[in-house]
Design a protein around this ligand. Structure first.
Ligand SMILES: NC(=O)c1ccc[n+]([C@@H]2O[C@H](COP(=O)([O-])OP(=O)(O)OC[C@H]3O[C@@H](n4cnc5c(N)ncnc54)[C@H](O)[C@@H]3O)[C@@H](O)[C@H]2O)c1
Ligand SMILES: [Fe+2]
Length: 388
């Protein structure tokens, strides 16, 4: 007899539409989904100026929507961005909130949808399950294939100078997700690589997570990794490659569904201090820490890495240790081929800052507890040294 399957729960947005150029039908789509006709689009200035929103805006106007665009989102958004966005949404009488952009824009959109109808002050929302009350209708439209924020129940805000804090709540799951890969064709190769590796890390860490890993998160993680491994380099080499862009966007979405239910571990825990202190993009910080953390975790996670080797390399008769090593080697080779910077010294991180980073990483207890192998401060320092 085999062991019974432990019980689990799996949550995700109720509806996802995958449609190339779907944003050009935004008015028709939203008109069918909701009765309200006043939309707040949450995005950043670069995307707005580059015309990435134009098709959606034109379609919404053509279908009788009043549209207000908040384009002051910045990477790793601070609390002030959220407050300004809520104020604009309130003044505009927003009835629907749409995140249209990368993880930063979508993260802000989720929380704005809550705060436009909630009396709870922001300070009370940090942590897990602290949001009471409801939110406005929420639509998420990613323009990077990375964070999977469109399907997660997490918003990450920068609080103070360097610290990032998370708000995790069921209300942050969107009502509707549109995956229009045409919106991602302008993402430059380096950002395609970094955000794509972030998505791969989501899949890997969800697959090896210590507490909530389950049958469904495993399915999403494996299929995410298969798609992302196949399409990352083609998407970096030719941004116009439609199949590669679609594969990446769906892969990142699946990885998001995996880690929203089976949370990430030490790669993210060690990546966050790098983002906070050196203002490096989230995906890049993950790419820098992935190799050392994979090797650190092999003592316990080798059987799972061996299974992931089958996903990205195909089946083999090799033993578990050899397969696990093959998986780690595959990921390191893929990162080399993607063109992403690979060492901390290459991105302006000084050797003298490594002890401070290791100390800071210990604050990420929410993530470290999910890692298959314990990471204490000494181990963190060793991992930063290996990444240096
Ligand atoms: N909620 C979650 O589950 C979750 C998970 C991981 C990370 N995050 C957060 O997400 C953020 C990172 O998101 P991100 O990596 O998507 O980047 P981002 O949203 O911070 O955007 C980075 C840059 O890419 C540009 N960009 C985005 N789409 C583009 C396109 N199609 N063409 C050209 N340029 C484009 C943006 O203008 C911006 O300058 C961080 O704030 C991080 O904390 C959230
Ligand atoms: Fe991430």
């Amino acid at each position: 007899m085999t062991d019974p399957t432990p019980g689990f729960s799996f949550d995700t947005p109720g509806s996802t539409l995958v449609e190339w150029a779907g944003a050009a039908r935004m008015g028709e789509l939203l008109g069918g989904w909701f009765a309200a006709r006043n939309v707040l689009i949450v995005t950043d200035k670069f995307l707005n100026d580059a015309g990435v929103l134009d098709a959606a805006k034109a379609s919404l106007a053509g279908h009788g929507f009043t549209v207000s665009v908040f384009d002051d989102v910045v990477a790793d958004p601070p609390e002030a961005v959220l407050t300004a966005c809520v104020a604009q949404g309130r003044a505009a009488g927003a009835q629907i909130v749409m995140g249209l952009g990368g993880g930063s824009s979508m993260d802000i959109a989720k929380l704005v949808a809550v705060m436009l109808v909630s009396e709870q002050p922001l300070a009370q929302l940090y942590g897990i399950g602290k949001v009471t009350g409801q939110r406005l209708p929420l639509v998420q439209v990613p323009t990077t294939a990375g964070t999977g924020s469109e399907v997660t129940n997490i918003t990450i805000l920068t609080t103070g100078e360097t610290t990032k804090m998370g708000i995790v709540a069921h209300q942050l799951y969107a009502d509707r997700v549109l995956l229009d890969a045409e919106l991602t064709v302008g993402l430059p190769p380096m950002q395609t690589a970094a955000t794509g590796i972030d998505a791969m890390v989501h899949a890997i860490e969800a697959y090896t997570s210590r507490h909530k890993k389950n049958l469904l998160s495993d399915i999403f993680a494996r299929e995410a990794l298969r798609l992302l491994a196949r399409h990352l380099v083609p998407a970096c080499q030719n941004g116009q490659d439609r199949a590669a862009r679609e594969g990446m966007l769906i892969g990142a979405n699946f990885a998001g569904q995996a880690f929203s239910n089976s949370p990430v571990g030490a790669v993210h825990a060690l990546a966050y201090p790098l983002g906070g202190h050196f203002h490096l993009p989230h995906g890049l910080t993950n790419a820098l820490m992935l190799g050392p953390v994979l090797r650190h975790n092999m003592s316990v996670a080798a059987p799972l890495y061996a299974q992931l080797a089958d996903v990205v390399l195909g089946p083999s008769d090799e033993g578990v240790q050899a397969r696990s090593a093959a998986f780690v080697g595959f990921m390191e080779d893929l990162m080399d081929r993607s063109g992403a910077p690979r060492r901390l010294r290459d991105v302006g991180v000084g050797a003298d800052s490594l002890p401070m980073l290791a100390r800071d990483a210990m604050l990420q207890t929410r993530l470290l507890q999910n890692n298959p192998v314990e990471v204490d401060e000494a181990a963190a320092l060793s991992l930063y040294r290996q990444a240096f």
